[in-house]
Ligand binder design. Structure first.
Ligand code: UDP
Length: 330
């Protein structure tokens, strides 16, 4: 059985991908420092190792104890806003963490690597929807840190033949159908969980960050893609690397929804009135970000199955309703 290392497997997209890997029969080791992750998010059949990518000794121990066929790398600081206030968490720590990981991976002969990357690589798209042909122009130190890791991977491929795939997600959202795992960030900054916190009575209103954008209803448009669809894309990419050594795909459902549409869908799903207040624009927010995912659809047969806005909000609601405190501060 193939053994896969999942860094950040106690986090949001990582934990959902671990569930998908285990459902497909892979043996999984989760490596996470629990700075953002939650032990209860780790699938009970995965082996959990607490450790830090910034500590090479933790990695040596890990790679001595296990032989991995592949690495799925999620562990990272992931907040655009934070990255503008604390750039070195991103430009240094994210980059050094992946350097340490790649150095150990090459030393121990790991064959395939999947990177959790981001749509924040494309700050000045010439065309919407955004395809892989778009120029990489990171929109923040966060996006820049992922661009740096993509370049590290390029050189690991050139020099050592590492096979790799970069998956650039648009707006990861929704929760596992089992209701056992979902989104729990501290602080929470993402639209859908915040809207659902209003439905739960945990906050008085949602602020719409600007309604004077050049979009049909004036609010920003984003491409929400279900976290289980992202998880399946990782599995397909891992299998495809056996045939093709270098891959990069943009992952969205191809349909953009406005902030106001998200709020209206949440009202339908929850049956609650969601009070919305229009506030100023958030710095750095482009009016519209939608992915062109034709390449992964054509080349790997990926088809989003869970990414209707209603299903995204419904599965997120199942999670938040049954876990109003997320993983309980753990
Ligand atoms: N947004 C909003 N109010 C909030 C949080 C987010 O209007 O309290 C908007 C934000 O401006 C963006 C969209 O919702 O247009 C999605 O934001 P999120 O932070 O979830 O993801 P991002 O697109 O920034 O990665």
């Amino acid at each position: 059985m193939s053994k896969i290392l999942v860094t950040g497997g106690a986090g949001y997209v990582g934990s959902h991908t671990v569930y998908a890997l285990i459902e497909k029969g892979y043996e999984v080791v989760v490596f996470d420092n629990l700075s953002m992750g939650h032990t209860t998010a780790v699938h009970p059949q995965a082996q959990f190792v607490q450790g830090d990518l910034l500590n090479p000794a933790d990695l040596q121990q890990l790679f001595q104890a296990h032989s991995f066929q592949g690495i799925f790398h999620f562990a990272s600081h992931t907040m655009v806003g934070e990255s503008t206030e604390k750039p070195w968490l991103y430009l240094r720590d994210n980059a050094v963490a992946s350097s340490n990981l790649l150095e150990a991976a090459i030393q121990h002969g790991v064959d395939r690597f999947i990177l959790s990357s981001t749509s924040n690589l494309f700050d000045r798209p010439e065309r919407i929807p955004i395809s892989e042909k778009e120029a990489v122009v990171p929109g923040s130190p966060y996006g820049e840190s992922k661009a740096i890791i993509e370049r590290q991977l390029h050189w690991m491929n050139q020099l050592y033949g590492l096979r790799y795939c970069c998956l650039r997600y648009f707006n990861a959202s929704g929760a596992h159908a089992s209701g056992q795992i979902g989104e729990d960030h501290t602080p929470e900054t993402h639209l859908i969980p915040l809207v659902l916190q209003v439905a739960l009575g945990q906050r008085p209103h949602i602020t719409i960050f600007g309604d004077d954008y050049p979009t049909p209803d004036g609010s920003c448009i984003r491409d929400y893609v279900h976290v289980n669809d992202l998880a399946l894309a990782h599995l397909l990419a891992f299998e495809a690397l056996a045939e093709r050594p270098v891959l990069a795909y943009n992952l969205g459902n191809g349909a953009g929804y406005s902030v106001k549409e998200v709020i209206a869908t949440a009202e339908e799903v929850t049956g609650q009135k969601i009070t919305a207040v229009v506030g100023p624009r958030r710095m750095g927010d482009p009016a519209e970000l939608v992915a062109d995912s034709q390449a992964i659809t054509t080349e790997l047969g990926w088809q989003p199955q869970f990414s209707s806005l209603t299903n995204i909000v419904q599965t997120a609601w199942n999670w938040h309703r049954t876990h109003p405190q997320g993983y309980g501060g753990e």
